[in-house]
Design a protein. Structure first.
Length: 108
């Protein structure tokens, strides 16, 4: 029997928006009881325009007091995917190629 996956995996609220440069929101993983109990963290996305038509994305995830979510975000938790590096790599691929995020990768 497999692990029951909740209908909603992540919740949170937008705290600050400064398009197209900055987005700040809260973040809580609803994957299991331990991450739910850790509560909300804060996630900041910053986009800087660089010379040559290139953009730089910086993601700051404040994980103090959330050891389970920190391990998951780092890709260190079994069965939780590859963490932020995996998500950001897939985002880069999508932006560069238009390929679906789920194509060609086992999400286990």
């Amino acid at each position: 029997m497999g692990l029951a996956v909740p209908d909603v995996m992540v919740d949170g609220e937008v705290v600050e928006v400064d398009p197209p440069r900055r987005l700040v929101h809260t973040f809580r993983m609803l994957m299991d009881e331990t991450t739910v109990a850790e509560g909300f963290t804060r996630l900041t996305w910053e986009i800087d325009e660089l010379p040559g038509g290139v953009s730089k994305l910086t993601v700051i995830h404040e994980l103090e007091g959330t050891p389970n979510l920190a391990a998951m975000s780092a890709g260190e938790r079994e069965g939780a995917g590859g963490g932020w590096s995996w998500v950001l790599s897939d985002l880069k691929t999508l932006l560069e190629t238009g390929a679906s995020l789920a194509s060609g990768r086992d999400r286990g």
